[in-house]
Design a binder for this molecule. Structure first.
Ligand code: ADP
Length: 581
């Protein structure tokens, strides 16, 4: 590519050559025309009617006499080097001449004179200028023929050329210099702009190109700077958006994986990898991850706004996967998979179903018993002996009590669930409270020959909370220990105070809880040994309610147990329990 600088120099050189050539041509042409016009006006000045008549009278004296007369005419300026006079006969043959010429060419003007007219036609292109004037005496007729070989004009033209050529050289030199200066003036800002454009193209928007002038290039530079600024701002905004999206993508809890049209992983977020418990490297094939849910071709052919969805399990997790095509610039660019962890929902749903079935079961058993005993009582009329009747009636009473307990506990739990459980906050002595509870269960414990021990340190604090509810929790734990410890066991009710927390523990040497059941004993209706629990009047809801109460106080309930050798349940509560509403 030729540089702008050399183009500019070339244009200037051509311009100068063209100007010089045109001026030269005009000058040379002007000189020729001037010389020719001068010749013909000279001729017409000389060859007046009077002069021709004079020549007519001279004609009888012969051609030589005519020639001499004409040569001596000052108006004709005869010079054998440039301008000659010839005397021709009436047919144009040469009779006498001012030079040694032996014949002359029959030019158009000579032919005109032969026909009796004055021949003085000008021709700029011919190499000569001529005038032929017929002269007639009484007997003889001649043609006076003046020819100028234009040597003077040619000399002048040559002179002009010798002036023009050096002028052309100087002009060229000037034009080259001038065009180089011009190139610097014009090209410097352009090359600055080019550098700037290259920097912008390589992503550097910081540099500001200096504006040197207010001309078109100056305006262009200003516009360029403005454009670079706008571009920088737009790119910043895009970068910002991109960062926002990638942060969102990185931290969102749903997993997102994007695949290209040919089924290779382009992008994935950490959530996706952790949900699928898989390494999701770039390029991982689609088929290996979601091939079983929907083949790539089918997903790509889906109309927009439609998607495939399926629930899958990955290890312990339940996942809901949605797969949809996404388009890039109007055409489908690939496939996007969004993975939603529904483990918790699935578990909640399971718990709910289990709960409903448990409630139905728990209520059906006592109700069936009540119904059958009542039917038997009605059917047998007076035939039953009073002892059996009383036994039947007490069974009915027991089952009714159990149903009532279950319904009461369920109501309590539902109040907790809906946040409608009202707590009455008060300050009370933990020491006194626990001693009261000890007294309350002492008889029951003794009836099972349990050794009930109270292990309270000195100086237990006054705590804040719902006294009745806390008593309900401890009582439930104590009665569980009494229930699930074979007669003659040992149960220790203890308490500790550590900083701003107190812990209450009930430890027994009873039947214990199998390790696999430990995490579930706080679930609703969960019982290790259903028959035993039911027999002893348990609903399987006691520990669930206890946990809700402890949680509401900002505390914690823990169980430690060894199957077959005993259980320890510890409740930790803040000294300043319930907060004022
Ligand atoms: P329940 O009304 O059946 O006692 P809870 O919610 O109070 O219901 O207890 C849940 C289950 O935890 C009980 O059914 C029992 O199997 C087990 N459990 C609770 N406390 C003890 C304990 N001290 N020793 C052994 N098992 C216990």
């Amino acid at each position: 590519m030729r540089s702008l600088r050399s183009k500019l120099v070339l244009i200037m050189v051509l311009l100068i050559i063209a100007i010089v050539l045109v001026v030269g041509a005009f000058l040379i042409n002007g000189v020729s025309s001037f010389y020719m016009n001068q010749f013909y006006s000279q001729m017409s000045g000389v060859f007046t009617q009077d002069y021709i008549r004079e020549l007519d009278q001279l004609a009888p004296e012969g051609p030589e006499r005519l020639k001499e007369t004409l040569m001596s005419s000052s108006g004709l300026n005869i010079d054998i080097n440039t301008r000659n006079v010839y005397i021709l006969d009436e047919n144009g043959r040469l009779l006498a001449g001012s030079d040694e010429a032996e014949s002359i060419t029959a030019t158009e003007n000579v032919l005109t004179a032969v026909s009796g007219q004055v021949g003085q036609k000008k021709s700029i292109v011919s190499e000569y200028m001529d005038v032929a004037v017929p002269v007639s005496g009484d007997e003889s007729s001649y043609i006076v023929y003046i020819v100028d070989n234009r040597a003077t004009a040619d000399e002048l033209s040559a002179e002009i050329l010798t002036i023009i050529l050096p002028a052309l050289g100087v002009g060229l030199l000037f034009s080259i210099l001038l065009s180089l200066i011009l190139a610097n003036i014009v090209i410097r800002p352009i090359s600055d702009l080019t550098d700037g454009a290259q920097r912008v193209a390589s992503g550097d928007f910081t540099q500001h190109i200096e504006v040197h002038s207010g001309d078109e290039i100056g305006v262009l530079t200003e516009n360029f700077n403005h454009m670079a600024g706008v571009l920088q701002r737009t790119l910043d905004e895009i970068e910002n958006e991109k960062n926002k999206l990638s942060t969102l993508f990185l931290h969102m809890t749903d997993g997102v994986i994007a695949f290209s049209r040919d089924g290779h992983l382009i992008h994935s977020n950490p959530a996706a990898a952790s949900m699928l418990s898989a390494e999701l490297a770039e390029g991982t094939p689609y088929g290996g991850i979601f091939g079983t849910i929907a083949p790539l071709d089918l997903v790509l052919d889906l109309p927009s706004a439609e998607f495939f969805t399926e629930d899958i399990t990955a290890g312990e997790r339940s996942l809901e996967v949605c797969i949809a095509p996404f388009s890039r610039e109007g055409e489908q660019g690939g496939v996007l998979a969004v993975i939603h962890d529904v483990t918790e929902q699935v578990r909640t749903e399971e718990v709910r179903r289990e709960f409903v079935s448990n409630v139905s079961h728990e209520l059906r058993t006592p109700l069936t018993n009540i119904k059958s005993y009542t039917e038997t009582l009605i059917d047998s009329g007076d035939s039953l002996d009073p002892e059996t009747r009383n036994r039947f009636l007490s069974v009915i009473l027991n089952e009714t009590d159990r149903t009532t307990r279950i319904v009461k506990d369920l109501l309590t739990l539902s109040r907790f669930d809906y946040g409608r459980m009202e707590m009455s906050r008060s300050e009370f002595s933990l020491d006194k409270c626990l001693r009261g509870l000890y007294e309350a269960v002492l008889l029951d414990a003794r009836s099972h020959r349990h050794d009930l021990v109270l292990d309270l340190p000195e100086g237990l604090p006054v705590i804040t909370g719902d006294k009745m509810r806390i008593e309900q929790v401890v009582l439930n734990i104590l009665s569980n220990s009494i229930k699930y410890t074979p007669d003659g066991g040992r149960i220790v009710l203890g308490a500790r105070h550590l900083y701003d927390m107190v812990s209450i523990s009930v430890e027994d040497n009873g039947i214990g809880i199998p390790t696999e059941d430990l995490p579930r004993i706080f679930e609703r209706f969960y019982r290790v040994d259903k028959a035993r629990s039911r027999q002893s009047g348990g609903t399987g809801l006691g520990l669930s309610i206890a946990r809700e109460i402890v949680n509401l106080h900002g505390g914690d309930i823990r169980v430690e147990s060894t199957y077959g050798s005993g259980t320890k349940i510890t409740v930790t509560l803040p000294v300043e329990g319930l907060r004022d509403e």
